[in-house]
Design a protein around this ligand. Structure first.
Ligand SMILES: NC(=O)C1=CN([C@@H]2O[C@H](COP(=O)(O)OP(=O)(O)OC[C@H]3O[C@@H](n4cnc5c(N)ncnc54)[C@H](OP(=O)(O)O)[C@@H]3O)[C@@H](O)[C@H]2O)C=CC1
Ligand SMILES: [Mg+2]
Length: 342
């Protein structure tokens, strides 16, 4: 006779049920894995793992020359890691990051303690700096890689309770850490940042920090201060950085951004009166800020790869995964539809 408890366990650890839409069942599957260590360990056995080395993702070059994250089936990974000298428990340090369309749980793991070149050889890939990866990954995987890196970084820097100084322990999914002494539960954190594309109706405003690569301009951005609304942060940052007062504000979209640590970017458009466009740039924050015409932005959007040293100076814009890029292309579309309507 079937043991009812075993049936229950197999239902709870098995693949997502087919009773709801595939999106709903995937979300419920992930939620269950965060709560149930046993189910999560089982999902890891049949899942896939994105490898990182000291927070740099492993990328594969495809036959067509594009790049994909170096995702490894966990079934074969255990023996690969052990062959390279890893402890048996290393794979269990994997952190849950999602679930594929094929209902396979996805994890990430930093193998920074192992020989970098040996792993690259065995896994036929290269560990690449995250910022560079953002230019190489053209598919929808870039946000997943960013999320994975942010979670790995969070675990690496939250090993101790900030109240007691005692070690914290993670759950199997890696969605939280708990201090055994105080019971304080720590969750991965993001810092809210407002990013805004300011327009005077005909031109848009972009700035650059001295730390940006030469020629790169982006929308204005700033961290939210404690207690601020999105609108308050936006108005304050624009006032501080370029000395302007915004009028209308509209929300566009948001994204997680792994730099400098983990930011939650809230993207907005803002308008200012064409009568008050004179900039007073705070040089301690920005190296430069200026107004760009539609023509200038259109040609900057044509620059697909960052210029190399020795190339003639050129204005270029953040990569397509960046929210700044999205705000700029939305503005371009709006300008073009306005021109077409005349
Ligand atoms: N995805 C995208 O399209 C874009 C993303 N960004 C991201 O937006 C972020 C914010 O833009 P930025 O113009 O630099 O912001 P700010 O204009 O707010 O200036 C950054 C400064 O704010 C201070 N600060 C306040 N709170 C924090 C915090 N929680 N974390 C770190 N620094 C904080 C620091 O000052 P101090 O060092 O003096 O303490 C820091 O140097 C950047 O990290 C950048 O990666 C920017 C543009 C485009
Ligand atoms: Mg700023």
């Amino acid at each position: 006779m079937l043991n009812p408890l075993r049936v229950l366990v197999s239902v709870r650890t098995g693949p997502p049920s087919r009773c709801c839409s595939s999106f709903v069942s995937r979300m419920r599957f992930i939620s269950r894995l965060k709560e149930d260590d046993e189910a999560c360990a089982a999902a890891l056995q049949n899942g896939s793992v994105l490898l990182f080395h000291k927070l740099e993702p492993l990328l594969h070059r495809t036959k067509t020359g594009t790049f994909r994250p170096g995702s490894q089936p966990s079934s074969g990974l255990q023996s690969v890691l052990e062959r390279l000298g890893a402890d048996r428990s290393l794979l269990m340090e994997s952190v849950l990051i999602g679930c594929s369309e094929q209902n396979q749980a996805q994890f990430c793991l930093d193998v920074g303690g192992l020989d970098r070149v040996a792993i690259e050889d065995v896994c036929r890939g290269k560990f690449v700096d995250l910022r560079k990866s953002f230019f190489l990954l053209t598919g929808p995987e870039a946000p997943l890689v960013a999320k994975a890196q942010a979670l790995l970084r969070w675990h690496q820097t939250h090993g101790f309770c900030s109240a007691t100084g005692q070690p914290t322990q993670r759950n199997r999914a890696g969605s939280q850490r708990v201090c055994g002494s105080s019971g304080i539960v720590y969750y991965p954190q993001m810092s809210p940042v407002v990013i805004v594309l300011v327009s005077d109706g005909k031109r848009c405003l972009l700035g650059r920090q001295s730390s940006f690569p030469p020629g790169l301009y982006s929308a204005l951005a700033g961290f939210c201060d404690m207690g601020e609304t999105v609108e308050e942060t936006l108005s304050r940052e624009v006032a501080e950085e370029v000395g302007l007062e915004v009028e209308g504000v509209s929300y566009s979209s948001s994204q997680h951004w792994p730099f400098p640590h983990s930011s939650f970017m809230i993207g907005c458009h803002a308008s200012i009166s064409p009568a008050h466009t004179e900039l007073t740039v705070d040089r301690s924050e920005l190296e430069d800020a200026r107004w760009f015409t539609l023509e200038e932005i259109s040609s900057a959007l044509q620059v697909k790869t960052p210029p190399r040293r020795g190339d003639p100076p050129v204005t270029w814009l953040p990569p397509s995964h960046a929210l700044a890029h999205r705000l700029i292309t939305e503005w371009v579309e709006l300008q073009r539809s306005g021109e077409a309507g005349k």
